[in-house]
Design a protein. Structure first.
Length: 183
């Protein structure tokens, strides 16, 4: 999970900086650090990082949106000067040109606590329905392997919010992707 959380945060950053970023790629994909596929002898399994890339594919071809985030922070001690504050929730948002729907990706960086979020869609549009995928492990070091190829997998569910706001629980050390239809 720790590799997946780092990958998700990096992809959120790329999405937020879409106006400046021309291209980014994953250089190595199999049997290396931060890879998407691993093998051992005749066995093959997908890593949590693979699942993050699949979840984030929903942003492809979309218009990156500015988001506003208020939430808990972690104080990071500095080697010199004042300590820095790191948000425990990371988010990026985009809008599909095909139907105007929204894609939101969120990362809960907290190791042991779930974080409750309230998502508000500004403007005159209301949220009609949505699809949620969440990737989490029983431990931040949870990973898939030859003996447990499906230990960390995304779970999916639908939700029906009211108006332009909905609540969401982000499990500890998790990645969430929402696809939201607007009306």
């Amino acid at each position: 999970m720790q590799d997946a959380i780092i990958a998700a945060g990096t992809l959120n950053l790329f999405n937020r900086w879409a106006d400046w970023l021309t291209m980014a790629n994953l250089a190595q994909t199999v049997n290396v650090l931060q890879c998407v596929i691993q093998t051992a002898e005749e066995k093959l399994w997908l890593t949590p990082t693979y699942h993050v890339f699949r979840m984030y594919a929903a942003h492809l071809g979309n218009l990156s949106l500015q988001d506003e985030l208020a939430g808990p922070e972690y104080e990071v001690p500095a080697t010199s000067g004042p300590a820095k504050r790191l948000p425990l929730v990371d988010v990026s948002a985009s809008r599909r040109p095909s139907d105007g729907g929204l894609v939101l990706t969120l990362v809960n960086r907290h190791l042991s606590e779930a974080i409750e979020c309230v998502v508000q869609v500004h403007g005159s549009l209301a949220v009609a329905e949505g699809k949620l995928q969440q990737l989490q492990g029983d431990d931040v070091r949870a990973r898939n392997g030859a003996d447990a190829p499906g230990r960390v997998q995304p779970t999916a569910c639908h939700f029906t919010p009211r108006g332009n706001e909905f609540a969401l629980t982000l499990p500890p050390h998790s990645v969430s992707a929402l696809q939201v239809a607007l009306r």
